[in-house]
Design a protein around this ligand. Structure first.
Ligand code: ADP
Length: 541
């Protein structure tokens, strides 16, 4: 027997209309690319999103067409999030930090009809214009006064396009499984892969983020997403903030510590979100300038593991709680958030900080399990580690234009991460599965070893990779960059590691190089190193 509740579709257009109806006066403040601070309300944002939908309709954009964006976090980008998806087209956020050839690949692969461009990214698009000739037109996200000279063909001005369109638009109702937005993963191997979100996945994910043990959004909150809208939809913050009626503060192109700090203080920001590098810059600025927060309460940190010193600095020096979060583009992206439970309330700060090193507990909607190499499920004891599998309504089932499923017969998606899960459900990432070193039946976390190597005086950066070994299958090799002027030796590094690593975890060799290869988003390119060192003979072989 089916239930008798209304089968209303979960649509992104309703998120912005909800905000306009119920939190219409709440502000969206943006540092514009042109310079000044721009302020308006959710009511204005909804009205201009409808105008955008009308303008796109006039341009001939139809249900399912892809519309590219190359833009910072700001109000116009928000209007595209709601306007493009709301009318049934697909908002394809392009990551400008990818290599130009990757950007060409994804624009062509996505078959973008139009591309909306912030002034900053105009030179980037001009440089590749001859390789993306299928794009019908380019919309520069500025007003008439600031329109630049450009060599691009078929150029339109955002504000002129807006001015030509009415703000009355009846959002269409369609199946909630309709595609809403598209994000390509940077991919350390092969071409970038497109993750195609739906209205349903986006709205459900927003509920997950909003929930108190997710990140917890409400109309009391002032949120500044430092995480860019071109990377995994700014972790879904824009959609969830509209559903909560939170004030939004958009940093535009200025992400340095001073600019972020000033904006936080000026706008009364209570909650922020970004990757560890951003917080490193902010904390460095605050330390140097002896600044304090007056309104900040919490910050979400994810994308890579949060160093303990950062959690301590936020909590002990600035009274800001860190919510360590884990996820990936393929998961919309939120998977887990590290919030403390009731039983942890009385813990001393030191123990709370230790707990926050874990990536956290699954948000309702995400199921997790860890398995060994044979696929056998491992216990949640906080010790055994294995491949982390997930499933849920905001986890991908396949990539755009690929007919290969990426889930097993029970719907589990392999995240490519290796982790432990403890009895309270807290997951901790140990390594990427392709980076873990399998030595004589035991697994060694390359990340753990790297962290220790980087702590050795004289080392600037290090990668630890597996190299083949006749007896143990694989053994760890350190490839390190010395700090300028340092004469640190292999022996110094090994001596340093002996203090914290077991004998069988100690690397067999240390190689010094002038620099290490990175992906466009700054992650170590370990597959390149593995290729380069595949025939390396360890002194212990
Ligand atoms: P890309 O960097 O290729 O764009 P994502 O941003 O989707 O891809 O990265 C997802 C990966 O980043 C995860 O699978 C995981 O390895 C890593 N990651 C994300 N959050 C964390 C975290 N809090 N701690 C450690 N690793 C993380």
């Amino acid at each position: 027997m089916l239930g008798l509740m209304q089968n209303r579709p979960l649509l992104i257009s309703e998120q912005i209309e909800f905000a306009a109806r119920n939190h219409g006066d709440e502000e969206i403040v943006s540092r514009s690319v042109e310079g000044p601070i721009h302020r308006y309300t959710y009511r204005d944002c909804a009205s201009r999103s409808r105008q955008m939908a009308n303008a796109l309709t006039k341009l001939g954009v139809k249900l399912g067409d892809r519309i590219g964006t190359l833009a910072w976090n700001g109000y116009r980008h928000m209007e595209l999030y709601f306007g493009v998806s709301g009318m049934g087209a697909v908002c394809h956020t392009i990551n400008p930090r990818l290599f130009p050839e990757q950007i060409v690949y994804i624009i062509n692969h996505a078959e973008d009809e139009y591309i909306f461009i912030d002034l900053t990214f105009l030179p980037l698009v001009e440089a590749i214009k001859d390789s993306i000739t299928n794009v019908k037109g380019f919309v520069i996200m500025t007003d008439k006064e600031h329109m630049p000279e450009t060599s691009l063909p078929n150029v339109l001005c955002y504000e002129e396009l807006m001015a030509s369109a009415d703000d009355q638009f009846a959002w269409p109702e369609f199946d909630e499984n309709t595609a809403s937005s598209l994000c390509y993963t940077s991919g350390t191997t092969g071409n970038p892969k497109g993750v195609l979100y739906s209205h349903r996945s986006t709205v459900l994910h927003s509920f997950g983020i909003r929930s108190p043990d997710g990140v917890g959004f409400s109309s009391q909150e002032v949120i500044l997403p430092v995480v860019p809208m071109f990377h995994a939809n700014a972790w879904g913050i824009v959609y969830a903030a509209a559903m909560a009626g939170s004030k939004l503060v958009m940093p535009g192109a200025q992400m340095d510590g001073k600019s972020i700090y000033e904006l936080m203080e000026a706008e009364g920001v209570t909650l922020s979100a970004g990757v560890p590098t951003v917080w490193m810059m902010l904390l460095a600025f605050m330390n140097e300038s002896n600044s304090k927060f007056t309104t900040m309460q919490r910050t979400v940190i994810g994308g890579s593991a949060v160093p303990k010193s950062m959690i301590e600095s936020f909590r002990n020096n600035y009274n800001v709680d860190v919510i360590h979060a884990w996820g990936m583009t393929e998961m919309s992206p939120l998977g887990t958030a590290c919030n403390l439970k009731r039983k942890h309330a009385g813990l001393p700060n030191e123990e709370k900080n230790d707990l926050n090193l874990k990536q956290g507990v699954a948000v309702f909607g995400v199921e997790m399990k860890i398995v060994d190499d044979t696929g056998k499920e491992l216990p949640w004891d906080g010790e055994k580690f294995g491949r982390l599998l997930v499933r849920g309504p905001w986890v991908t089932s396949g990539y755009f234009k690929s007919d290969q499923s990426v889930v097993d017969s029970d719907g589990w998606f392999d995240t490519g991460d290796v982790s432990t899960i403890d009895k309270d459900g807290y997951m901790q990432i140990v390594d990427r599965s392709k980076d873990v070193i399998k030595s004589g039946g035991e697994w060694i976390s390359s990340i753990d070893v790297e962290n220790e190597v980087v702590g050795c005086p004289g080392i600037a950066e290090a990668a630890v990779i597996a190299v083949p070994h006749p007896k143990w299958d694989e053994r760890p090799l350190v490839i390190a960059v010395k700090q300028e002027g340092s004469n640190v030796s292999k022996e110094d590094v090994i001596e340093h590691l002996k203090r914290s690593l077991a004998k069988w975890q100690l690397p067999d060799d240390v190689v010094f190089v002038p620099e290490l290869p990175h992906t466009a988003t700054g992650k170590l390119l370990k597959n390149k190193l593995r290729e380069e060192y595949k025939d390396y003979t360890l002194s212990s072989s």
